[in-house]
Design a protein around this ligand. Sequence first.
Ligand code: HEM
Length: 242
Amino acid sequence: MSALTITYALLFYTAALVLVIGTGAKLASYLRTPAPLKIPTTPAPTTAGGVGLRMAREVVFFESLFRSSKWTWIFGWTFHAALLLVLLRHVRYFQQPVWGVIALVQPFGTYAGFALIAGLAGLWARRVFVDRVRYISTPSDHLMLALLIAIGASGLAMRYVARTDIVALKAFTLGLMRFDWQPLPADPVLLVHLTLVATLMFVFPISKLLHAPGLFFSPTRNQADNAREQRHVAAWTTALEK
Ligand code: HEM
């Protein structure tokens, strides 16, 4: 077993633990955070079913972003839809046999790699060229975009320029999951791609990327506009009354 394989195996076990435990801990803290006020952004649905539909439109179409900025919506939605296809395409590395739907998505996933980079480039241009967005942008905003673009670019480089041994890579990823380590191909572009992905996994629980699960905890989106029908009582206010 080469030092390279051992290093990357340990790297991915650690990254997976940090990702799962870190994100889990963040979600637990979101769950414990009280929402003391009734503050759904109106016009808002008045029933739980309506809230479900509103959330679904938010998750699938980015509805509120569409209303607020068409350019940000075009680039943001393109990037996220492309990311979904790219990730679905990657599922083949983690299962054997490969599901029909994953086999079906393969060609779309390849082209989605270009759409992913185009979307990210648009989002980055917005941070650089729109004055009021540049003013509130922090280094981490730029770094996350750079990291995602670098992951996409190294992935496309592997697809079109410096191919790696996909069969050996798949043996490595399956081996990781089965605790039966297999050699990792030592191709530089693959190692760059994997190192960047591990970096993404490490920073995810302390980054703005938490907006993905965080959306579901947003009171302006997940509350029903039923303050007249039902008194809103935050858990901690009853604790104070006692
Ligand atoms: C451990 C996780 C990952 C592994 C093992 C992996 C591996 C690979 C490999 C081997 C390719 C080349 C595909 C080919 O030649 O057909 C590739 C492509 C690509 N990867 Fe990854 N990758 C991982 C995670 C990610 C993540 C998290 C992203 C996005 C944020 C990403 C974005 C891309 C893109 C955009 C491409 C080019 C399009 C494609 O061929 O699918 N990868 N990846």
